[in-house]
Design a protein around this ligand. Structure first.
Ligand code: MF3
Ligand code: CO
Length: 257
């Protein structure tokens, strides 16, 4: 088990700047989601936004697991039954879809990583509830990212917010430490009992990312080696913030201007 990296104030400033860039691009990309637009077009738009911001995509060419080619997109765009790591392509957005966008950038040596799920027009009320409760679970989890708490207090906050509402918490994918590299220790599960794992310390920076399904929590990976979908093909939601552990109150790094 490698150690969680603590950032000093200078490094936290860098994380804040990278987080703001990632958040602004996330919001601009969200506004471009509309019926008839392909996920490839959205990704190309994100590429231009990232470029204009003087940043780089943290995702493109990211190494895949054994035998899987590197990640081919600038962002991840996951529609409906796609949970995370949706590869941008020919799929066109339709009315009633829920579109999860995941934007990770490298800016001046630091990573900002964030995601949100956007309903397109008139959407199933239960899907709107899924989005609302997933966002609530992220906020409750972030509230736990304070010095003196344990890592699994974050995990427990996610599960205890959404599970009682009948939603399925994805267990096969996790949040993570974030810093000069996109994936630093620790892994952050979105379920489990509170009060376990390493003690949280000021200066730890974490990407907290609940993935919550309308139906079963079970997922599978498509033949492309990347796209994660729900086993029952019911919709899924993904929300993510990069945050800094502080004394008393966590700091959200991926807030837009
Ligand atoms: N936010 C995701 C993560 O933290 C995005 C990674 S996509 C990848 O894992 F393509 F870069 F792997
Ligand atoms: Co992430």
């Amino acid at each position: 088990m490698s150690k969680i990296i603590i950032k000093n104030e200078e490094e936290l400033k860098g994380m804040r700047d990278a987080g703001r860039v990632a958040a602004n691009i996330r919001m601009d990309l969200a506004k471009a989601i509309a019926p008839g637009v392909s996920t490839r077009e959205l990704d190309a738009y994100a590429r231009d936004l990232i470029d204009k911001a003087g940043a780089r995509s943290a995702f493109i060419n990211y190494p895949g697991p054994r035998g899987v080619p590197p990640y081919p997109g600038y962002t991840c765009i996951s529609v409906n039954e796609e949970v995370v790591h949706g590869i941008p392509g020919d799929r066109c957005i339709a009315l009633g879809d829920v579109v999860s966008i995941d934007v990770g950038v490298v800016y001046k040596g630091f990573i900002g990583d964030n995601a949100m799920s956007v309903p397109v027009g008139v959407t199933d009320l239960r899907v709107l509830e899924l989005i609302e409760w997933s966002e609530k679970s992220l906020m409750n989890a972030i509230e736990q990212a304070v010095e003196g708490n344990r890592l699994s207090d974050i995990s427990h906050a996610v599960e205890s917010t959404v599970a009682p509402r009948g939603f399925g918490v994805v267990r096969d994918f996790v949040g993570h430490g974030v810093g000069r590299k996109m994936h630093e220790p620790p892994q952050i599960y979105n379920f489990g009992p509170p009060g376990r794992g390493p003690m949280l310390k000021e200066g730890m920076t974490l990407a907290i990312e609940p993935m919550v399904n309308l139906g079963t929590h079970q997922v599978e990976v498509l033949d492309d080696g990347w796209t994660v979908v729900t086993k029952d093909r019911l919709p899924s939601v993904h929300v993510e913030h990069s945050v800094a552990v502080r004394k008393g109150k966590a700091e959200i790094l991926t807030l837009p201007d």
